[in-house]
Each structure stands twice: as structure tokens, then as C-alpha cells.
Write a protein that binds this ligand. Structure first.
Ligand code: MN
Length: 233
């Protein structure tokens, strides 16, 4: 039996109506998968394809009433996204095999330090510090596909302090869920436990300490989260 010098927490998500937790292996994300959001970020969705990036698995947040406003930013922004949870994987998956890999769905927030992300983009630096900081991946309880089906249309929205900020429809994705899984599986081997954030519709905007976020995808899940004061005072 192997032993370890110390233990580290294993990221996991609860599943609605199911006792065991869903163990999270990796968190992948896609950028600019809704045309209206690509445009609001200053890009032409007819000329540029969506692309992938990742967050550390332990950036996952679930079951907490709040996350602290992160360090080193003055422009924390929300991005509401359909999150896909995989119970199997593979390489170079076609659409049918991609669908077979899907365990279920949730709603997630791709929290972004927009100022750091923009600075990195402008300098040709990696996005990690803009996207992959502590607490940057809040995700709801998962709903098994056996309960919610495979939602490919339906409203996705986010409100802050009761005011609607983001609203779109899952059918507005440029690359649908099966295409995303297929393309990603050509870049890396996907495995059980992987999560995929599938991109955000328009309306991303800044958050402040004290803000209450309500995110929802019709027929899938809801997520409530407060932004707490910064740990840096
Ligand atoms: Mn995003």
C-alpha cells in the first residue's frame, strides 16, 4: 500500500438523488463559444473558432455560500456556463461516442480576473492567472443525464442582486457539446471525472464584494453564490 507524505483534498461534486460524489479529475473550458459574447470581447466569431483552456481541479467550489473576492484584481467578472461531467472518455471521439461519455450536467461560473486575462492576452502570455485562480470554478450539484436528458436548448441566465446580467440559449453555442468533446478529445485523452465548461453568452460584467449571484439553466440546475470580502482586507 502506498503512503503519502500528506493528504490533499480530492475535488468532487454532489449529484442530485445519488449518494456517492462525482470525483473531479480535470476542468476544461472553452472560450468564445457564443457569438454574442465573442463580439462583446472584440472578436469576430465568423473568423475565429472556439478554443480550449483549463483550470486547476481544486479551483472547484461547491456547497459554500460565498467565495472571497480574489487577490490581484479590480475586475472580477462572471461567466455563466453549462458544465458537462464525463463518466468515461477516450481519444478522437465522434459525436455518438462523445455523448456516451456524458454522465450529467450542472451550471457553473467561469469566474475571471478580466484585467489579468486582458493583460496576458495583450502580452501573449498564458491565461492561467486570469482564469485559474483559487475559487474560480463554482459549480452546482450535478444532475444525471438519466434525469435531465441532454439539454441542447433552453435558457441560460445569470442575475446579480436580482438584476438580469446574462441571458442566452444553449442552442446559441457555436460548437455543440458533442463537437466540443470531440475536438477536445483530439487534443488530450479525456477520462472519467473530467468537467467541461462550455462557454458563456453575452453580458459578462464586473462583480463586487457583497454581490449575490443567481445562475440558472432551465431544466438543469441553479446556483446561488455570494462574493465575500477579499481575504487581503
Ligand atoms: Mn468562460
Amino acid at each position: 500500500m502506498e503512503t503519502f507524505l500528506f493528504e490533499t483534498p480530492r475535488p468532487a461534486l454532489p449529484i442530485r438523488g445519488v449518494e456517492p460524489l462525482f470525483p473531479v479529475r480535470r476542468i476544461y473550458c472553452v472560450g468564445r463559444n457564443y457569438a454574442d459574447h465573442a463580439r462583446e470581447m472584440g472578436h469576430d466569431p465568423t473568423r475565429e473558432q472556439p478554443f480550449f483552456f483549463s483550470k486547476p481541479a481544486d479551483a472547484l467550489v461547491n456547497g459554500l455560500p460565498s467565495v472571497p473576492y480574489p487577490s490581484a484584481t479590480t475586475d472580477l467578472q462572471h461567466e455563466v456556463e453549462l458544465v458537462v461531467a464525463l463518466h468515461s472518455g477516450g481519444r478522437n471521439l465522434d459525436a455518438a461516442r462523445a455523448r456516451d461519455c456524458i454522465y450529467g450536467y450542472g451550471v457553473g461560473l467561469d469566474l475571471t480576473r478580466r484585467d489579468l486575462q486582458r493583460a496576458a492576452r495583450d502580452k501573449g502570455h498564458p491565461w492561467d492567472m486570469g482564469k485559474g485562480f483559487d475559487g474560480s470554478a463554482p459549480v452546482s450539484t450535478l444532475i444525471p443525464a438519466s434525469a435531465c436528458g441532454h439539454p441542447r436548448s433552453g435558457r441560460i441566465e445569470l442575475s446579480v442582486n436580482g438584476q438580469l446580467r446574462q441571458q442566452g440559449d444553449l442552442s446559441d453555442m457555436i460548437l455543440d457539446v458533442e463537437m466540443l468533446i470531440g475536438r477536445l478529445s483530439g487534443l488530450v485523452e479525456l477520462r472519467a471525472g473530467d468537467l467541461l465548461f462550455t462557454g458563456t453568452p453575452a453580458g459578462v460584467s464586473a462583480l463586487q464584494p457583497g454581490d449575490r449571484i443567481e445562475a440558472a439553466i432551465d431544466g438543469v440546475a441553479k446556483l446561488d453564490l455570494m462574493i465575500a470580502p477579499s481575504l487581503d482586507g
